[in-house]
Design a binder for this molecule. Structure first.
Ligand SMILES: Cc1cc2nc3c(=O)[nH]c(=O)nc-3n(C[C@H](O)[C@H](O)[C@H](O)COP(=O)(O)OP(=O)(O)OC[C@H]3O[C@@H](n4cnc5c(N)ncnc54)[C@H](O)[C@@H]3O)c2cc1C
Length: 578
């Protein structure tokens, strides 16, 4: 039998942080601040200061001003979470945003407009300020200064266990293919969510962490809410900001609203903040023979609005108080790409729904521990699984600016818990047999014949299964089963995956993860027989408060996807459905 050292490079640490996007960086910094003596190592497929989504064009940071927290909790529960949210956790969120910004600022981050933050919502005093897109650089410097160690260009494919406890992680170098075996007292998963590789700017969310945690036995929750939709241009395939309010069908009729819409859909479509679910309206128009759908650019006031101009940089440099040099360069380049992508000069631009996904079901408790001993999580990966936001894809749900806030806040929670746990734990035993088996399975696509299934084929097919609104946006038993059957056909092809090199091998692992996430999404969507929040069923049009007030929990049981119901503690929650 081979020893660990013969199987790969063995690295020991107290705390392993998987992923150093903004949440991983914040977790690593927090762990060092909580316990300077702890050895903290962060590993990512990308490079320090640049990995992840935080620098991909956004930069809105949401916070709830002191005194307004309960208003936010009530409003969100009733209007966004649709009573499926963990009311204790959302209260913790609401009371922690200001404290999070203070700690975050101490890591060198500059909040632009914090003192005069914009009102982000018509009813609740929920505020938004901005950060520049180089936000990760000062955070990375702070982490290095505190002694955090980094390993770049390594993908983690699986977690290592001793009995019921996580004792490390297995991965390989994207550059050389070399195997890495990380031994750790505690692991924080901060490796993002699943976006199914459909929308370009969300391309990095490939769900490997969700899949690794699932295979390690971790509980998943709210998987049926992972299909956030945006509207994109059919020509340049980038987001068409504000198009949702300026839609016209092929007959020239306004279709941003429909008078004959089911009341059950009205709470979602054209809802409070993000109008992504206008995709359902678009679908209904097309189904009625009135497609394709266009954005009437003369009617779209968003690019020139205060937010469009100053916070999204859609029309060139913003007003002086909102200058962000890095973001401005980024947006100038995006705008160039958009204009180069247009095939017609007219004011009507064809638009289509685009699945962003934000599938993020890793369950965590109120201290951001998962259901597996030694395993913690923060950021996008546990957005829905944490349960605070309820029946909405998270982030962003309808909380523009909550993605970054949630990533940093939950990193502080998770790393504080994990640092305490690691300080009291000792390194576990990593079983060489487990590693040898993982190595054989993980590297198999490199050894297969060229005629197998390519990663490109799987990515394309997953797009075709997740993208149709009829499957993932406006659901029905029949269509969900059809989509699930397609997922299972694809799953059967996975043992035949081929990979050309270590990068493609990482892609092969991502394909496994995408198929697993799609299966989980469709199985849980079939199970939830009601319409609630962003889960819209044509065959069950209303919310079922009697049977629906359950979280659907998914767990691997002997290789099978097992679904159970976990009732919400409605008796003790303050806000109840009328
Ligand atoms: C275009 C765009 C605009 C946005 N705008 C805003 C906004 O204005 N305001 C807001 O609040 N939020 C916004 N968001 C969301 C916000 O950026 C995210 O919520 C936040 O960055 C998530 O941070 P994270 O660290 O949890 O995940 P990520 O940023 O996704 O980081 C995860 C990291 O894990 C790494 N990783 C993944 N798998 C593995 C693996 N197997 N092994 C090793 N490493 C791995 C990835 O390479 C990545 O670096 C936007 C997102 C996008 C894409």
């Amino acid at each position: 039998m081979a020893t660990l050292e013969q199987l790969g490079t063995v690295v020991e640490t107290d705390l392993l942080v998987v992923g150093f996007g903004i949440s991983g960086l914040a977790a690593a910094i927090t762990a060092k601040e909580e316990n300077a003596g702890l050895k903290v190592l962060a590993v990512d497929k990308g490079c320090v200061g640049y990995a992840g989504k935080a620098n991909k064009g956004g930069g809105h940071v949401a916070f709830i001003p002191e005194g307004a927290e309960e208003l936010y909790v009530e409003y969100h529960t009733r209007n966004c979470g649709d009573y499926l949210n963990d009311q204790d956790l959302i209260r913790k969120y609401a009371h922690s945003t200001v404290k999070t910004m203070d700690r975050w600022a101490s890591w060198g981050v500059n909040f632009i407009g914090r003192e005069h933050a914009g009102q982000a919502h018509a009813v609740i005093p929920w505020k938004v300020c901005i950060v520049d897109n180089d936000i990760m650089i000062p955070m990375a410097k702070t982490a290095r200064k505190l002694g955090v160690e980094f390993r770049e260009k390594i993908t983690i494919t699986d977690l290592l266990k001793e009995g019921d406890k996580v004792v490390g992680a297995f991965g390989f170098s994207l550059l050389t293919g070399e195997t890495y075996i990380f031994k750790a007292k505690a692991v924080v998963m901060a490796c993002g969510d699943q976006n199914f590789r459909i929308m370009r700017m969300w391309n990095s969310g490939r769900g490997d962490g969700i899949a690794a945690a699932y295979r390690a036995g971790a509980k998943m929750r709210n998987a049926e809410f992972g299909s956030f939709m945006n509207i994109m241009s059919a020509e340049h395939k980038l987001v068409a900001y504000g198009a949702e309010d300026a839609l016209v069908n092929a007959k020239g009729e306004n279709c941003s609203e429909r008078a004959d819409l089911d009341p059950s859909l009205k709470s979602v479509v054209g809802g409070v903040d993000l109008g992504g679910s206008q995709s359902v309206l678009m679908y209904l128009e097309v189904r009625d023979g009135k497609g394709p759908i266009f954005e009437d650019t003369t009617k779209n006031g968003f690019p020139t609005s205060f937010v469009g101009r100053n916070l999204c940089n859609l029309t060139g440099p913003p007003d002086p108080p909102f200058r962000r040099p890095t973001s401005e360069k980024f947006w100038a380049r995006i705008m160039e790409k958009k204009h180069a992508g247009y095939r017609n000069e007219g004011t009507l631009k064809e638009v289509i729904p685009g699945v962003v996904g934000e599938f993020s079901p890793l369950y965590v408790d109120h201290d951001y521990a998962t259901s597996v001993t030694g395993l913690f999580a923060s950021g996008d990966i546990c957005g829905c699984g944490g349960g605070w936001a309820g029946a909405v894809p998270t982030p962003p749900g309808r909380n523009r600016g909550s993605g970054l806030m949630h990533a940093v806040m939950t990193a502080i929670f998770a790393a504080t818990t994990a640092a305490k746990y690691a300080a009291a734990a000792s390194l576990g035993n990593v079983d060489a047999d487990q590693v040898a088996k993982l190595k054989e399975e993980t590297y198999a696509p490199l050894k297969r014949m060229k005629q197998g299934t390519t990663t490109h084929e799987v990515v394309r097919e997953i797009g075709e299964i997740m993208q149709p609104v009829a499957y993932s946006g406006y659901k029905s038993e029949e269509r969900l089963k059809e989509a699930l059957d397609r997922v299972l056909v694809l799953k059967a092809k996975l043992p035949n995956l081929v990979a050309k090199d270590p990068h493609d091998l990482s892609s092969a692992n991502e394909c496994r993860s995408m198929v697993l996430c799609a299966e989980m999404f469709y199985r849980t969507s079939i199970e939830r027989k009601e319409s609630r929040g962003w889960h819209m069923r044509e065959d069950y049009k209303t919310r079922d408060d009697k049977n629906g007030a359950n979280w659907i929990v998914v767990q691997d049981k002997g290789g099978e996807m097992n679904l159970t119901l976990d009732p919400l503690p409605m008796d003790r929650y303050k806000y109840k459905p009328e």
